[in-house]
Design a protein around this ligand. Structure first.
Ligand code: BGP
Length: 453
């Protein structure tokens, strides 16, 4: 148990994403995104589910915000549906789309909740996909123009921004394995090109947000492979862990350093470039300077990590499922200490403030005969992960906040509605919301600023 509170001003929040909750997919001028297309693909989404209705948050956001207030959330991370506000991706702005986010931000403000806005959480406008999507060299500029529209509309009240959510998955799953929208299976040369354009889009939009006012805090929400030393007392295991986490001698679109070295240091890892050879992206003379913009915080989405031990030669050996470690449905390993080692090792490499922009437990929660949702495992999950963050902060990592994933149960992408992550249970037949036990428990933790976990 920690016997000190979290640092003053620590941000206590929960997160969501537009496509997973909003519904109203063809209302008020919204056009399709690549996820609408992907949902139409037979077999792509479990049980043939779609985002057409989801949590109907578009119509019920006031009720949802009232629940966030009941819990005691201090911050709410949500994303903008690009094709709701600019239906063609570029050009005409849809006033009704803007009005929705405008009202949401006002409602949150009135409830005393800070908005943390993600510009892009995967729902890429279909009209831009028809034009080549992230492969098109104009795609960074399209994104910067979209960012300008959003910051013009909301920037007087929204001060915390994330450019991209897990672009690693957009590249790897969306354009590599084809298991996320848009469902492409491209060779690595084209994936590296997609990454380069997303990095440029991050840089250009970062500048746009920065120009909107010096009080804007700009970051991202990245995933990556977080590693945990098999023996936390072994210097060799710790060294092998860091080596594996940042090593780019084998190129993979999921690697932290392939994204964050350009973003935060201004260059791609040399070994990765060498390995890619002719498949490396074309890098224009100004590109790296555009990509390498000041970053106020590094967002980390964490669900589970891989244990590493050092071999005889010190080289890292993966132990994916170490003995004694539990897994949750369907396969995440329960490794709270990843939120000690991830922030600690990322702090050593990048020395930047961090926010845990996602972390949560999927479970098969249901409303009991007493009308309540009892989810002790989620409470244990949050408690142990917060303890790990607390320890990382004690040991020097600068972690500014924690966003539980997710505020409500929602459409878990290709996994449909079965995997429930929410603090708030949603009955997808009736749209009835019920606070889970974990929501009340988390509210209590927030009121104590994390003391006595
Ligand atoms: C992250 C996404 C979230 C959410 C979460 C849950 O990758 O940013 O939108 O979906 O994962 O994970 P999963 O959908 O793999 O269960």
């Amino acid at each position: 148990m920690n016997n000190s509170a979290f640092p003053e001003g620590f941000v206590w929040g929960a997160a969501s994403a537009s496509f997973q909750i909003e519904g109203a997919a063809s209302e008020d001028g919204r056009k399709e995104s690549v996820w609408d297309m992907y949902c139409r693909k037979p077999g792509a989404i479990e049980d043939g589910e779609t985002g057409a209705v989801a949590c109907d948050h578009y119509h019920r956001f006031r009720e949802d915000v009232a629940l966030f207030k009941d819990i005691g959330l201090k911050a709410y991370r949500f994303s903008i549906a690009w094709s709701r506000v600019i239906p063609d991706g570029t050009g005409a702005v849809n006033a009704k789309g803007i009005a929705f986010y405008d009202q949401l931000v006002d409602e949150l403000l009135a409830a005393g909740i800070d908005s943390w806005v993600t510009l892009f959480h995967w729902d890429y406008p279909m009209e831009l996909f028809y034009r080549g999507g992230w492969l098109n060299p104009d795609s960074p500029k399209w994104f910067a123009d979209y960012a300008e529209t959003i910051v013009d509309a909301l920037g007087d009240r929204v001060k915390n921004w994330m450019t991209f959510n897990e672009p690693q998955n957009v590249a790897n799953l969306g354009h590599g394995s084809g298991t996320h929208a848009p469902g492409l299976q491209l060779p690595r040369k084209e994936i590296a090109r997609v990454i380069h354009h997303i990095l440029l889009a991050h840089g250009l939009s970062n500048k746009v947000l920065r120009n909107a006012g010096s009080d804007h805090k700009i970051g991202h929400a990245h995933s990556g492979w977080i590693n945990i030393p098999a023996d936390p007392n072994s210097a060799a295991d710790i060294a092998a862990t860091a080596k594996n986490m940042f090593d780019c001698s084998f190129w993979h679109p999921q690697k932290f350093s392939w994204w964050n070295d350009p973003l935060q240091k201004g260059y791609y890892p040399e070994e990765g470039l060498e390995e890619l050879g002719n498949d490396a992206p074309g890098i224009g003379p100004d590109d790296m300077a555009i990509i390498n913009q000041p970053l106020d915080f590094m967002g980390i989405n964490y669900y589970g990590g891989t244990c590493i031990k050092a071999g005889q030669d010190g080289e890292p050996i993966d132990i994916e499922y170490p003995p004694g470690v539990d897994t949750v449905y369907p396969k995440w390993v329960v490794q709270p200490q990843g939120l000690y080692w991830g922030p600690s090792l990322l702090h050593e490499r990048y020395g930047r403030p961090m926010a845990i922009t996602e972390n949560g437990l999927p479970n098969l929660d249901w409303v009991g005969t007493d009308g309540q949702v009892h989810d002790p495992q989620r409470i244990e999950w949050i408690r142990t992960h917060l303890n790990a963050i607390h320890q990382a902060i004690q040991d020097g990592a600068d972690v500014m906040g924690y966003f539980y994933w997710s505020a409500t149960d929602n459409l878990e992408w290709a996994e449909g509605f079965r995997r429930r992550y929410g603090l708030i249970h949603v009955d997808f037949n009736t749209q009835k919301r019920t606070l889970k036990d974990s929501a009340r428990w988390y509210g209590d933790v927030i009121s104590r600023n994390g003391m006595d976990l």
